[in-house]
Design a protein around this ligand. Structure first.
Ligand code: GLY
Length: 369
């Protein structure tokens, strides 16, 4: 076993211990971000009334961790808990109030289907994919992130990582509806979100009357012209998958540009500050979740060796410097949810943990299957 493999195995063991502990304590709640190392939880209740409440976009990630834990451990208690929680979020399959259907249903129902081949999980995921399709607006060739479908022109970089639900639905059904929308959305994102220097905007608001742009701005980054590091990471993973499924060279070139920017603007350990342009750097927060997402995305490339090498360097660094020690509930420390609002700053984040475990399971298992 190579030294890197030992480091990855140690990290996965650490993650599995946290999952086991959290499984007992969380019962039917969903972890979101930690506060002083303890999970702040989100009950999947009243989501239709209060769709913007923090954490409501996150309830698929914990389920995804349970499925990945089940895949590794083959212990049925992981599977039982994952099913129990899938049932809780299932009613959201018909709600198209946000683009978050991909974050909710891909780690839970799609990953669950891949692990179990249970048709129930597949059918629910396909219904959720159809709900996501209904947010596509052909006046702007994009899936809108928020607001009433077909009346909102608000699009976000994060949507690139809701597309996995559509790519998966395309793979399972062969239906071009999913492929076409995912491809068109990716092209629109490439055109309007990615700057010349390879950095990204967070939000682009379109004018639905003429298809033009109203404004470009940020909701979570340092300022409208800065580059929010998690947005960059969502884009890297999102375009990596777009290239994997559509094989269009424009998407590959986009990943190259995004990654060049990421590497050039990262500290030596490859874990970015929460925003690449915060003037307080180096005295400001890191976002370990952005590193985990970026590594996971680059591991989707089986042929381009340079991406595999960058992914391994990032993952190695996260394993060596960012595991929670002692009492923390989460797997990774030093995440940053929302610096501007002071929420989940220098804490564990459930999606950081999910993408980290997913990346570890890719390097340790999937690639050898
Ligand atoms: N999609 C919300 C976030 O990345 O914080």
């Amino acid at each position: 076993m190579s030294n890197r493999e030992k480091v990855y195995k140690f990290a996965l063991e650490h993650a599995l211990k946290k999952i086991e502990k959290n499984m007992k304590e969380l019962r039917d709640s969903f972890p979101f971000v930690t506060v002083n190392g303890k999970w702040e939880i989100c009950k999947d209740e009243d989501w239709d009334l209060n769709i913007f409440r923090d954490g409501y976009w996150c309830n698929g990630f914990w389920i995804g961790m349970l499925w990945l834990g089940y895949k590794v451990r083959k212990d049925t208690k992981y599977k039982r808990k994952a099913y129990e929680l899938c049932k809780i979020i299932e009613p959201r399959k018909n709600s198209n109030k946000t683009h978050d259907l991909g974050f909710l249903f891909h780690p839970s129902f799609c990953v669950g289907y891949e692990v179990t081949k249970d048709e129930y999980l597949k059918n629910i995921a396909l219904t959720a994919a159809d709900s996501l399709l209904s947010r596509f607006n052909d006046k702007i060739n994009a899936i809108t992130a928020l607001g009433e479908p077909q009346k909102s022109g608000l699009t976000a970089i994060d949507t690139m990582m809701n597309l996995p639900l559509l790519w998966w639905a395309y793979e399972k059904t062969g239906s071009k509806r999913y492929y076409d929308v995912a491809c068109k959305h990716a092209f629109t994102t490439m055109q309007y979100f990615v700057r010349k220097d390879g950095s990204t905007y967070h939000i682009v608001e379109f004018d639905l009357d003429n298809g033009g742009i109203k404004k470009k701005y940020t909701l979570q980054g340092y300022n409208d012209e800065s580059c929010w590091s998690r947005g960059q990471a969502w884009a890297i993973y999102g375009f990596a998958l777009a290239y994997k499924y559509a094989k269009k060279k424009e998407f590959l070139r986009t990943v190259e540009k995004l990654v060049d920017y990421y590497i050039a603007n990262c500290p030596p350990d490859y874990v970015p500050y929460w925003d690449f342009n915060d003037p307080e750097i180096p005295n400001t927060a890191r976002d370990s979740s952005a590193a985990a997402i970026t590594a996971g995305g680059l591991l989707e490339f089986s042929e381009e060796k340079k991406f595999g090498d960058i992914a391994s360097d990032i993952l190695d660094s996260v394993c060596k410097g960012y595991l929670t020690e002692g009492g923390g509930d989460g797997v990774l420390k030093h995440g940053c949810f929302n610096k501007l609002e002071g929420k989940g700053v220098d804490e564990s984040l459930i999606w950081g943990d999910y993408y980290f475990i997913e990346a570890l399971s890719k390097v340790l298992y999937s690639r050898k299957e």
